[in-house]
Design a protein around this ligand. Structure first.
Ligand code: FES
Length: 142
């Protein structure tokens, strides 16, 4: 059997596509994907846990991922996360009551040159301040 690293090029998009269809990676989907790819469910879950884009629980319609890794931390990422928590009334990996937003603190999202950066679903928002973040959230709420 080929090592999992040989399968990742095609496996990651498969996970992402499944998540886009279902909203998150359900236990049934993980079992199905494991069987189809001849991996164990544990191997599938290990891949899922590595990528902040992949989730095994329902998210809000707009998933707000705030980077607090080094570049973002130095430019206010942690304060931005605290601002989002306060503004949305939820904490890390929680969903607002209306299901519109979920929030997650994440490691580097590859936008270090424009820190602090936030990813909402597949959109990036950079060089953020609390005021700019409020506008971003308001845009999605509308
Ligand atoms: S450290 Fe935040 S995007 Fe890289």
């Amino acid at each position: 059997m080929a090592p999992i690293s040989d399968k990742l090029d095609s496996f990651f998009p498969m996970l992402l596509y499944t998540q886009d269809e279902l909203g998150y990676l359900t236990d049934d989907a993980i079992a199905h994907l494991a069987k189809k790819t001849e991996l164990t469910e544990l191997e599938v879950r290990n891949v899922i846990s590595y990528y902040s884009l992949l989730h095994t629980k329902p998210l809000g319609k707009y998933h707000v991922q705030v980077c607090t890794n080094i570049s973002c931390m130095l430019r206010g990422g942690e304060e931005l996360l605290d601002h989002c928590k306060q503004r949305l009334g939820i904490g890390h990996k929680q969903v607002t009551r209306d299901g519109v937003f979920s929030l997650e603190e994440v490691e580097c999202i590859g936008a270090c040159s424009w820190a602090p950066a936030v990813q909402v679903n597949y959109d990036f928002h950079e060089n953020l301040t609390a005021e700019k973040m409020d506008k971003v959230l308001e845009t999605y709420r509308k």
